[in-house]
Design a protein around this ligand. Structure first.
Ligand code: NZQ
Ligand code: ZN
Length: 381
């Protein structure tokens, strides 16, 4: 096991009716900005619950943080925070609203431009305190310090790291209104988060392995229940907690991480607007196939412990495990090939060009560069 330090300070407040707790979590004397997306919270009753909980408090509202939050929108919120002396930010919505809010919180007291800050990769100086009411289980943003920010003008999308949310309220009932496509993408995103922290080497940490496998098995078990009845409170609660546990650092202690699938996926979103979780299900099976030598032993472990693939030689077990992963994604109702989304050579060439120009090397061995990304994407056609 590798050395590590671990600290996750986010308080999770989980369950039915818990939005009412908001007032006791945010100091009474703080000027608040509540941030929202495009309006889903008005249709599912979450907005009313938040406003009721914050009755009598000094707050302003900022609407319109879009999926794959754009710096162009976030800059307006930063200006407003400065003009109105905002001291606390509350994100109400999906991962995009919270990620956007993380950048706003980091940029208010930053001298330069918010995109320039994004490109540095890390917050600098004072960051406003922030928290969330999370309505879409997927990103784990509610309990991590990451944010993924897009730039519409340049068609770019990058990860940015800052403080953790002070608290996140997770009420599974808020997810009852999710479009089935977002649920499919959310389950896929959670699965791939765990994979990115798992599918590297064998024998590094048996504890992390079992923990990761437990989350993946849980997702496979509940996916049909969630898809059949998304008003099933217990199934949605399990899905929601799985998403949080998938990317809050708990399965990453002392192990190597990959993240190449995500990095390639971000380019597909930046260039085509394809939903984040959907990009991952297209890239991952192809990446497993291209990286089968490097990752073979762990792919076999995944096959055996998560999909029950125990017979045959290593090669055929690797093949069947990759097929099982792709079949799981297709069972969610998602397409798993670039060609099904009308994406082809032009995009592959652009991603290869970008990665080569940036000199990147992703993956646990830092060897996924432009040329390898091309191979993976060609395999995903
Ligand atoms: O904007 P509104 O109207 O609120 O609608 C949203 C949006 O259209 C809707 N929605 C959210 N909760 C709902 C709901 N509709 C009905 N009922 C509800 N309860 O869903 C749509 C998608 O929302 P979005 O926030 O974009 O989805 P998600 O949570 O999947 O976030 C995706 C973003 O997070 C980034 C992705 O790259 C992408 O930009 N990620 C963030 C990570 C992190 N912070 O650690 C890690 C991830 O790997 C990921 O990259
Ligand atoms: Zn993700």
């Amino acid at each position: 096991m590798n050395n590590f330090s671990f600290c996750n300070p986010t308080k999770i407040i989980f369950g039915r009716g818990m939005i009412a707790r908001l007032a006791r979590e945010i100091p009474a004397d703080k000027k608040i900005m509540i941030t929202f997306g495009g309006g889903s919270v008005r249709r599912n009753g979450v907005y009313e619950q938040v406003i009721e909980a914050l009755k009598g408090r000094d707050y302003i509202e900022f609407w319109g943080i879009e999926p794959n939050p754009k710096v162009e929108t976030l800059r307006r919120a930063v200006e407003q925070c400065r003009a109105e002396g905002v001291e606390f930010l509350l994100a109400v919505g999906g991962g995009s609203v919270l990620d956007g809010t993380k950048l706003i919180a980091s940029a208010v007291h930053y001298d330069g431009d918010a995109w320039e800050l994004t490109l540095t990769g890390r917050a600098k100086g004072r960051v406003l305190p922030f928290a969330s009411v999370m309505t879409l289980p997927a990103t784990g943003s509610e309990m991590n310090n990451g944010a993924v920010i897009s730039n519409a003008a340049t068609a770019e999308k990058y990860a940015f790291y800052t403080n953790y949310p002070q608290f996140s309220i997770l009420d599974p009932e808020t997810t009852f209104s999710l479009p089935p496509y977002q649920i499919a993408c959310g389950i896929a995103d959670t699965f791939v988060h765990v994979i990115e922290q798992y599918l590297t080497e064998v024998g590094v940490s048996p504890l992390m392995d079992r923990w990761a496998e437990g989350i993946m098995q849980t997702l496979i078990e509940i996916a049909p229940q969630v898809r059949e009845n998304q008003h099933d409170y217990d199934a949605m609660a399990t899905y929601m907690l799985s998403a949080t546990m998938g990317l809050n650092g708990f399965v990453a202690m002392g192990v190597k991480q990959d993240w190449a699938t995500h990095m390639i996926g971000h380019e597909l979103t930046a260039l085509h607007g394809l939903t984040h979780g959907h990009t991952l299900v297209i890239v991952l099976p192809a990446l497993m196939s291209v990286m089968r030598e490097q990752k073979g032993a762990k792919i076999c472990q995944l096959g055996e412990r998560v999909f029950g693939i125990c017979e045959g030689d290593a090669n055929s077990r690797i093949d069947r495990t990759i097929e099982a992963v792709e079949a799981f994604f297709r069972s969610l109702g998602l397409s798993t090939r670039l060609s099904e989304e009308g994406i082809g050579e032009q995009t592959i060439a652009e991603i290869e060009r970008r990665f080569t120009e940036r000199g990147v090397g992703f993956g646990e061995r830092g060897n996924v560069d432009g040329a390898l990304a091309r191979k993976i994407l060609e395999r995903a056609l």
